[in-house]
Design a protein around this ligand. Structure first.
Ligand SMILES: Cc1cc2nc3c(=O)[nH]c(=O)nc-3n(C[C@H](O)[C@H](O)[C@H](O)COP(=O)(O)OP(=O)(O)OC[C@H]3O[C@@H](n4cnc5c(N)ncnc54)[C@H](O)[C@@H]3O)c2cc1C
Length: 410
């Protein structure tokens, strides 16, 4: 049997970042264990996750405070602007309804694109060199019991971990959430998100394009070396067909949607389709248990916010726990958990429902609705103060922002 202060089930983006944040911010006052069922070699392999994530400025501040951004910055692509259009696929001219400059007032980009495998690799390396942190992989938490002073978690390969707090960072189908008796509300979308990396003949100029098509949003997101990451939403059966197409046909379908502006396209990695859903846990905490990341909430990827919202959980939970431990409180106590839930649940619900509303508003070809939304976007485009607000919102710097997201030490 091993004893820790915090046990984190799930060591992907959110779980590993939380483990590093807690161990480094508590400066030796906390012992952290993080467990992930994926073997390290496959977690690091690009073939198993060809996605890239739009990371808000708030998320990059967090990674910078933890000494992670320094090792990935050279592989990140600053987003210099965003163009939003809903023009039809066969129209020769595709006017942008709304465009944003990518910089915050402070002169830093509101977001960067970073390939998932690069971030995962950096997190695994950082976890390995962080004092007070034990990373067990491949290993799973299969069950746990709550008792007066904490939890006893059973591991798949034998052995038990005792901890004051169990954090479920085990993703959208979280078994820990179910075991804690927490239900979710939400729904599946009839859509899947196809993801692929393409090389371009002509420069993307660092700009991201969100093209709202009748079957769902088609995002062209800039990457270094003049590549782009596509997040291409289609009905599920059609998405499966598109992913299975031979390369030339797949590229021809992509070109139909991207138009001629990028010149010739080449495939630069694996492609896959992800089923999409929106879910929100009915509670973010239970006795001695806290949920973070996709275990707590899942949003439509159209604004690239899922991971950013999970990293906000990380920063808030770290702040709450570290402040509690400094005044001698138990990190798994009800006071700590209630403060975390009050901070994060409403904010996550608001984000999930906003993405859902946008998806519903744009995923249709109804002529009167098209006219109204074009008018609405046109009005926003002419309102600089509103646009500045949206850029700060996308940067994750509105509301009650946890210190680590502002780049402040705890
Ligand atoms: C197409 C697409 C594009 C996206 N683009 C963006 C974007 O641009 N920006 C953005 O912010 N977000 C984006 N997202 C969302 C983002 O990918 C997720 O929010 C994020 O991956 C969630 O991370 P997580 O660590 O919470 O969960 P996951 O990444 O799902 O990790 C869960 C981990 O838990 C482990 N695990 C599960 N059960 C156990 C167990 N019992 N014991 C031990 N380990 C266990 C698994 O092995 C896994 O490693 C996108 C999502 C999709 C589908």
């Amino acid at each position: 049997m091993q004893r820790y202060d915090v046990l984190i089930a799930g060591g992907s983006f959110v779980g590993l970042t939380l483990a590093i944040a807690l161990a480094s911010s508590a400066r030796g006052a906390l012992r952290i264990a993080v467990v992930d069922r994926t073997p390290l070699e496959s977690a690091r392999d690009r073939v198993n996750d060809g996605r890239a994530s739009a990371l808000s400025a708030a998320s990059t501040h967090l990674f910078h405070s933890l000494g992670i951004w320094q090792s990935v910055a050279k592989s990140a692509q600053p987003i210099t602007g965003i163009d939003i259009t809903d023009s039809q696929m066969n129209s020769l001219v595709r006017p942008s309804l709304l465009h944003f400059d990518g910089d915050l007032a402070e002169g830093e980009p509101a977001a960067h694109m970073l390939e998932n495998h690069v971030l995962r690799d950096a997190l695994i390396s950082k976890a390995g060199e962080t004092a007070g942190l034990k990373f067990l992989a491949p290993e799973s938490v299969v069950d746990f019991e709550v008792h007066a002073n904490g939890v006893s978690a059973q591991l798949e390969h034998g052995g038990t971990i005792e901890a004051s707090l169990l954090v479920a960072a085990d993703g959208r189908k979280s078994a820990m959430r179910k075991r804690a008796g927490i239900k979710t509300i939400g729904w599946s979308y009839p859509q899947a998100g196809i993801v692929a990396t393409l090389g371009l003949e002509k420069s993307h100029g660092g700009r991201a394009i969100q093209h709202f098509l009748p079957k769902g949003p088609f995002a062209i997101l800039p990457l270094p070396e003049n590549r782009v990451s596509l997040v291409w939403t289609e009905e599920r059966a059609r998405a499966r067909e598109i992913v299975a197409m031979e390369d030339a046909k797949f590229l021809a379908e992509a070109k139909k949607r991207m138009g001629a502006r990028f010149g010739d396209l080449t495939l630069e990695g694996p492609r896959a389709a992800f089923p999409l859903d929106m879910h929100l846990a009915r509670a973010f905490v239970a006795d001695r248990v806290a949920l973070v990341g996709d275990a707590a909430h899942g949003v439509h990827p159209l604004a690239g916010q899922g991971l950013n919202i999970g990293l906000r959980d990380v920063a808030a939970l770290t702040e709450v726990i570290v402040e509690a431990v400094r005044i001698g409180l138990d990190p798994g106590s009800a006071t700590v958990l209630q403060r975390y839930e009050r901070w994060r649940r409403f904010d996550s619900a608001f984000s999930g429902l906003s993405m859902d509303a946008l998806n519903r508003l744009f995923t249709n070809d109804n002529a009167p609705l098209r006219a109204i939304r074009s008018l609405g976007l046109g009005l926003v485009d002419r309102a600089p103060a509103l646009k500045r607000f949206f850029v700060r919102e996308a940067a994750g710097l509105t509301g009650t922002v946890p210190k680590l997201l502002k780049g402040e030490a705890l």
